[in-house]
Design a protein around this ligand. Structure first.
Ligand SMILES: C[S@@+](CC[C@H](N)C(=O)[O-])C[C@H]1O[C@@H](n2cnc3c(N)ncnc32)[C@H](O)[C@@H]1O
Length: 200
C-alpha cells in the first residue's frame, strides 16, 4: 500500500477547508481531502457512485464552482443491498440535497452502477466510489470507473480501513498488490486516491 500521511497530503494539495455542513457519511477530513483534490485539479466532470442523499456531493459542489457536471448514481428505494449493514443507507430520494443544482444529473437504476455500461457515462475528470461496499461491488465499480475516467483523471474510494465494510480495504489492497501500489491511502482518513495514467 502507498500511504500518505494526512498532514503531508494537506500540505501538498491544500487544506481542503470548506464552507457548509459536515456530511453524514464522511468525516470532516474525508471531505477536506476530496475538496483539496478538487481545488488542485479543477475537475469539470465528476461522477459519484453511491450519492445517497447528496451530503458529500453538496459539500463538493458548493466548494467547487468550476465543476460543470456532477453525475450521481444510486439504486431505487426498494433495492436490497448486497451487504446487510448497508440496507439503511438506501435513500428514498437519491441526491435530494443537490437535485436543484443545474450541474447535477442523477442516475437511479434498479441495481445502481451494476446496470450501467461505460458508454452510459461521459468521460470524467474525477470519480468518487462510495456505493456497494461488498468486495464484488468495489471491484466492479473500480473497473467501471477505470473505463470512464480520462487519462490524468482521479479516482477516489471511500471507506478504506473501515472495519465495518472490510471488502473495500481487501479489494484496494489486492489491486495494489497486483498492480504495484498505484492507489494511495491518506492516513487518518478513509480516502484512497489514484491518478490514472490509463483512461478513456
Ligand atoms: C455510504 S452511502 C454513500 C454516501 C454518500 N457517498 C455520501 O458521502 O454522502 C452508500 C450508497 O451506495 C448506494 N448503493 C448501494 N449499492 C449500489 C450500487 N450497486 N450502485 C450505486 N449505488 C449503490 C446506497 O444506496 C447508498 O446510497
Amino acid at each position: 500500500m502507498s500511504n500518505l500521511n494526512k498532514d503531508t497530503f494537506f500540505k501538498i494539495f491544500g487544506s481542503g477547508v470548506f464552507n457548509g455542513e459536515v456530511p453524514f457519511y464522511t468525516t470532516p477530513d474525508d471531505v477536506k481531502a476530496l475538496i483539496a483534490l478538487s481545488r488542485t485539479f479543477y475537475p469539470k466532470t465528476v461522477i459519484e457512485i453511491g450519492i445517497q442523499r447528496g451530503g458529500t456531493a453538496k459539500c463538493i459542489l458548493d466548494n467547487s464552482p468550476w465543476i460543470e457536471k456532477y453525475i450521481g448514481i444510486d439504486v431505487i428505494p426498494s433495492f436490497t443491498t448486497t451487504l446487510s449493514i448497508q440496507r439503511g443507507e438506501v435513500p428514498q430520494i437519491a441526491g435530494e440535497y443537490v437535485k436543484d443544482d443545474p450541474r447535477v444529473e442523477l442516475i437511479v437504476k434498479h441495481n445502481g452502477s451494476r446496470d450501467l455500461e461505460p458508454s452510459d457515462l461521459p468521460e470524467a475528470d474525477f470519480i468518487f466510489i462510495d456505493g456497494d461496499h461488498s468486495k464484488k461491488g468495489v471491484f466492479l465499480d473500480t473497473l467501471l470507473a477505470r473505463k470512464v475516467i480520462r487519462k490524468g483523471g482521479i479516482i477516489c474510494w471511500h471507506d478504506y480501513g473501515n472495519h465495518l465494510v472490510p471488502g473495500v480495504t481487501e479489494v484496494i489492497d489486492t489491486f495494489n498488490r497486483n498492480e504495484g501500489d498505484h492507489i494511495c491511502f491518506v492516513e487518518g482518513t478513509m480516502i484512497c486516491f489514484q491518478f490514472c495514467r490509463e483512461g478513456r
